[in-house]
Write a protein that binds this ligand. Sequence first.
Ligand code: E4P
Length: 216
Amino acid sequence: MRIFLDTANLDEIRKGAAYGIVDGVTTNPSLIAKEGVPIEEQVKRICEIVDGDISAEVVAIEAKAMISEGLKLAKIHKNIVVKLPLIRDGIIACSALSKEGIRTNVTLCFSPAQALLAAKAGAYLISPFVGRLDDIGDVGMDLITSICKIYKNYSFKTQVLAASLRSPLHVVQAAEAGAHVGTLPYKVLDMLFNHPLTDKGLEQFLKDHAKAFEAK
Ligand code: E4P
C-alpha cells in the first residue's frame, strides 16, 4: 500500500518525508485554507519536498470551470493529480480531464455506486472517506472492501485511496481490504511507529550492552 500524507502543512510534510516512506500528499480546500497560502503556491512547495502524487483540489462546482481550473493546477508540476468532488459535474470534468491524459483523484466518495461512476470516468484515484462514515454510525471500512471488490471484478485501473483514516487500526484495515493507497494525517503516521514492546525491548538491549561493555 502506498502511503500519502493528508496535510498541506510543510513542516509535517518535511518530517514525514524524512522517513523515506511517503509516496505522495493529498490536500483539500480546508487543509489549504488552514495554511493561509494560495493553492498554486502551496502545492508547488509541496512538490519540491515530496516526489510523488500531489493532489490539488478544484473549488469550482460547474464542469467547464472545473476543467479549466484542473488544467491550470495540472500545469503547476508533473506530479499534480487534479482532485474533483464526486458530483455530476465532477464526473463530467473527470471524463474530460482523463481524456486529456490528466490524472484525477475523485473525492468525497461515500458509496460503491459513486466509485463505479468515477472508475467509468477514468479516474486515476478514488477517495472513499472512512472516518466520516464512521462519524455517522456506518462502518466506513466496508466501503473500501466493496470498492476493491468491484474494481477487481472488472479490472478497473482506478486505484482505491482510503481517505479520512483516523487511526492506526484504520490504516491496517485499509491495507487488509486491499486499498492501493492510504492517506494519513501526520499524527496517524507518527502513531504507526509506536509499540510498548519495541521501547521495552530496546531499553533492555541497551542496558545489557552497557553492562557488558561499558567501563564501570
Ligand atoms: C482526503 O483526501 C481527505 O481530504 C481527507 O482524508 C479527509 O479526512 P477527514 O475526514 O479526517 O477530514
